[in-house]
Design a protein around this ligand. Structure first.
Ligand code: NOJ
Length: 569
């Protein structure tokens, strides 16, 4: 560990930054940590593969499909929560942090998964949910039955209500999922009691990260999984950990249902206390011969706030959440990439570039329209497919690691016509059915051209229904089509693993026609994405290594397309 750490420090110290441009001037080949350029594949367990035929994906199903993930060409799998859970927020409501939900399998299955992944050379990244637990967790249950001001209640945020009988919430704070962030409890004698705080669903009470017992407990939970061979953690909602002791009203209107735009700094989001917790976790990560990887889901108001999470003794990386929010526009992409890349280099850190997740609308659907992808999406178009591939060419060309959400490699689109009786996302219910929520990007994967649930399960009915049209984009269908999105991803990931030198951390935007982005990385490599209305012609001394669709006459990158280019040798 010492050798690796010292080498890493040497590399980091050698980075000099003017703005977003950085360069490494030492031989780094053997000394970079594994995550510095890794590609993660995000598995949403419930929707990946079902081995026990109950219509819900599980760990055995995932193990059976590990070779598929390996052949895709990624380095690691980040797996959505497998903990024991009432599943009121898809497992992000944890009832037991050190066991697996029977829906997904057993602890032994998880161990088999970790071992099988390692045998294939894949690292395993756990989804670490620490901002909140489930209201069914014994910690919360014993807080409910304990008295006001008790040690048990101090693990959470219990407050008296306002008004004469305390029947108004302690303040006006809103839940990110919609509705008030406070729920009233009942005393043991049935009378109304105190209120507790939950940034997400009522079933997800926030933990008090100023409580030393909570801190110690979670150190042990981290070690529990690291000892079993987990290689790192994706830190769920991490910018919400650590609240200020400031319970002032924020000025939210009582009928404000949905305020996902309140990202802090506010007393309950992006508050100062989070950084001490991150330093503590980083120390735990460093207890192991190969340091464990901590990549955060950091949602904050601006890049200055983001950069603070990437300080040397905090997170090694953060997911580029903002990149999956922007519209199809050259300026928006260039600006966002500069901003995020700059935030990283300020602290000699690494971005994990991603365009999608189980919380976002699918890229193909977002890019099928020109405006913002909020609200109900329209039809999926070939333009959307071309743009999505081109955007991935750009994201995968950037220095740092990257993350691909399952199904993106198939070009799956957002399913917007799931019958309301089948919707499950708490956002849908907490916003009075005004927001469709995230079910549309969580539909089970199509593996086969035919058969029950297109090979996801032996059962016809899956926890969310699949569109029959996904038969045409199933894994089996795409494997037989050399021009498919799946083959595109495989080819691009194979190239990515070999063409970039570890010392090529500079990115430069070259002069180009309006609406065309030309990103240079290293002496030979350029990535071009054509957001403009005109075709773009590459120079004679370059050849295309990969492209979102074939170049006309091997030279012309069409509108809404992109390519990786290399100087001819
Ligand atoms: C972020 C996760 O990605 C999301 O799916 C979940 O609902 C919230 N955190 C709450 O844990």
């Amino acid at each position: 560990m010492i050798v690796e750490e010292e080498a890493q420090k040497r590399i980091l110290d050698s980075i000099h930054l003017p703005g977003h441009v950085a360069s490494l001037d030492v031989d780094t080949e053997s000394s970079l940590m594994w995550w510095h350029k890794a590609v993660l594949y995000q598995v949403y367990l419930r929707s990946f593969a079902d081995a026990n035929d109950d219509g819900v994906g599980d760990i055995a199903g995932l193990i059976s499909r590990l070779p598929y993930i390996k052949e895709l060409g990624v380095d690691a799998v980040w797996i959505s929560p497998w903990y024991e859970s009432p599943m009121l927020d898809g497992g992000y409501d944890v009832r037991n942090y050190v066991d697996t939900d029977p829906l997904f399998g057993s602890l032994e299955d998880v161990q088999n998964l970790i071992d099988a992944s390692h045998q294939l050379g894949l690292r395993v990244v756990l989804d670490f949910v620490a901002n909140h637990c489930s209201s069914q967790h014994p910690w919360f249950q014993s807080a409910l039955t304990s008295s006001e001001g008790s040690r048990e209640r101090d693990w959470f945020y219990f407050k008296d209500g306002q008004g004469e009988s305390g029947n108004e919430p302690p303040n006006d704070w809103k839940s990110i999922f919609g509705g008030p962030a406070w729920t009233r409890t009942q005393n043991l004698d049935g009378s109304p009691g105190q209120w507790y705080f939950h940034l997400f669903d009522t079933s997800q009470p926030d933990l008090n990260w100023k409580n030393e017992e909570v801190l110690i407990q979670f150190d042990e939970i981290l070690r529990f999984w690291f000892d079993r061979g987990v290689d790192g953690c994706r830190l769920d909602a991490v910018s919400a950990i650590g609240k200020d002791d400031d319970y002032r009203d924020m000025g939210f209107a009582p009928d404000d249902l949905y305020r996902p735009d309140i990202w802090g700094p506010v007393p309950f989001f992006d508050a100062e206390g989070v950084h001490d917790v991150l330093r503590r976790w980083r120390r735990v990560a460093r207890e192991y011969p190969t340091e464990k990887f901590l990549v955060g889901e950091v949602v904050v108001r601006d890049v200055e706030r983001l950069a603070r999470y990437l300080r040397r003794d905090e997170l090694q990386s953060t997911l580029s959440f903002d990149l999956s929010k922007i519209v199809w526009s050259a300026d928006a992409f260039r600006q966002m990439i500069n901003t995020l890349h700059g935030a990283c280099f300020e602290h000699h850190s690494w971005m994990t570039w991603t365009l999608s997740s189980h919380d976002e609308k699918r890229t193909v659907s977002r890019y099928s329209q020109d405006g913002p992808a909020e609200g109900v999406l329209g039809d999926v178009t070939p333009t959307g497919h071309g743009r999505a591939r081109a955007a991935y060419l750009l994201a995968l060309a950037l220095p740092g690691s990257a993350c691909i959400y399952q199904g993106e490699e198939l070009g799956l689109w957002e399913v917007i016509d799931i019958h309301e009786d089948r919707l499950q996302d708490p956002i849908y219910f907490r916003t009075g059915k005004q927001e469709l929520g995230r079910d549309g990007c969580r539909v089970p994967l199509p593996w086969e051209k035919e058969g029950p649930s297109l090979g996801f399960s032996a059962r016809h009915e899956t926890w969310l229904p699949q569109p029959q049209s996904w038969a045409d984009v199933s894994v089996a269908t795409q494997l037989n089509d050399a021009s498919s999105t799946l083959h595109f991803f495989r080819a691009v990931l194979a190239l990515r693993a070999t063409i970039f030198n570890d010392d090529e951390w500079d990115i430069t935007w070259e002069p180009s026609p309006t609406g065309v982005l030309v990103l240079r990385r290293g002496p030979d490599f350029r990535c071009v994405v054509n957001f403009s209305g005109e075709p773009f012609c590459i120079s004679d001394d370059e050849e295309a290594l990969a492209s979102s669709s074939p170049l006309t006459d091997e030279r012309i990158i069409g509108v809404n397309n992109g390519a990786w280019l290399r100087a001819r040798r």
